[in-house]
Design a protein around this ligand. Structure first.
Ligand code: SF4
Length: 344
């Protein structure tokens, strides 16, 4: 049977896929389509980089493959549920602030709910045994099945032959012999399958979401340590610039380049103070928190330090907050003093 015939034939079942847009999850879906299983792919987004504009392994655009191969995609934002597991993951963080095991459990629970709601038969993922240190070793795969109550309903087509048969395999809905037994970090077999299925333009493997980044995690830890109620604006501001903590209630974000400056301005809220050096090339700086005279002076000195007037004896810095506008003339901060405030 060719692909066109299999598209016309009645579907043997319906799978819900976790789909990042990456190679492995795309292959898992194609393996199901080849077996005449209907697939609805869920692409999850979070405030930590798994969105379509990001480069992470969790953040590729799912639509080109969906259009090319004929499956549905649903975008789902995990919002506050995901923030809660980042703050307090039951199974701990990885090397940085990435709660990969809890993340998989959350995504699978959402997929399970969707499967039950839509009357689908089972769930598939592109997980490969032993591919990632935290979320994909065999114990972790079993733990996730246990925690989600998905025993028998969670099929990992790429490693299926190394795992116990699932319900769709036992019932004959899915032919186990046509599934794979891939393990480890190599991607040779996946590349062969991609060529066989005509899957092109898949992203190269990336390290994961922003939570796997040491610098981002440091800024996030600082935010969690100093803020009781975290807003999505707070989280968005962590993505750009150099970050400085002036006191327990106050931090400063200083743009490194034009893209940073624009990103910081996009996060600006009425309660933020916006600083820029006058008459010289200047970063955009936002002060978030207590705008005391001491903090505004520190903020102005740090802004001056990152301006092109950093070697000048003094630099004038404007500070705008809503309708109020003031200027301070300050000495640029020395690198030694800067180290007391820099998040590192
Ligand atoms: S890197 Fe880990 S925490 Fe981040 S989205 Fe992927 S699985 Fe989830």
């Amino acid at each position: 049977m060719n692909d066109t015939d299999s598209n016309k034939a009645p579907k043997k079942g319906h799978a819900i896929a976790l789909f990042s847009g990456g190679l492995d999850s795309a292959l898992a879906i194609l393996m199901m389509l080849r077996q005449n299983i209907e697939v609805t792919a869920l692409t999850f987004m979070t405030h930590f980089g798994c969105d379509l504009g990001d480069r992470s392994s969790c953040g590729s655009n799912p639509y080109p493959a969906a259009e090319k191969f004929g499956f549905n995609v649903k975008l789902m934002h995990l919002g506050q549920k995901f923030v809660d597991i980042v703050k307090n993951p039951r199974f701990g963080h990885g090397k940085n602030m990435n709660p990969c095991t809890d993340c998989r459990i959350l995504m699978l629970n959402e997929a399970k709910e969707f499967m039950e709601m839509s009357g689908a038969d089972f769930i598939i993922t592109g997980e490969v045994m032993g591919q990632r240190p935290m979320s994909q070793v065999k114990d972790k795969l079993n733990l996730v099945v246990k925690q989600t109550g998905l025993k028998g309903k969670l099929l990992r087509p790429l490693s299926a032959q190394l795992l116990p048969p699932t319900e769709p395999e036992l019932s004959g809905m899915v032919d186990r012999d046509k599934l794979e037994g891939i393990s480890g970090r190599g991607r040779k077999r996946q590349m062969e399958l991609a060529a066989e299925y005509g899957l092109e333009d898949y992203p190269s493997p990336a390290s994961g979401c922003l939570l796997t980044d040491a610098g981002y995690s440091l800024r996030l830890r600082d935010l969690l340590a100093h803020t009781d109620i975290i807003t999505f604006d707070d989280l968005n501001l962590l993505r750009a610039g150099r970050h400085f903590r002036l006191d327990a209630n106050t931090k400063l974000v200083v743009g490194r380049d034009e893209a940073d400056n624009n990103a910081i301005l996009a996060c600006k809220k009425p309660h933020h103070h916006h600083l820029e050096a006058l008459g010289v090339g200047s970063p955009v700086t936002l002060l978030v928190g207590d705008a005391s005279h001491t903090n505004l002076t520190l903020a102005a000195r740090i802004t001056a330090r990152y301006s092109s007037g950093k070697k000048n004896p003094v630099v004038e810095v404007t500070i705008v907050n809503g309708d109020s506008n003031q200027a301070l003339t300050v000495t640029p901060m020395t690198d030694t003093d800067l180290e007391c405030f820099r998040l590192k």
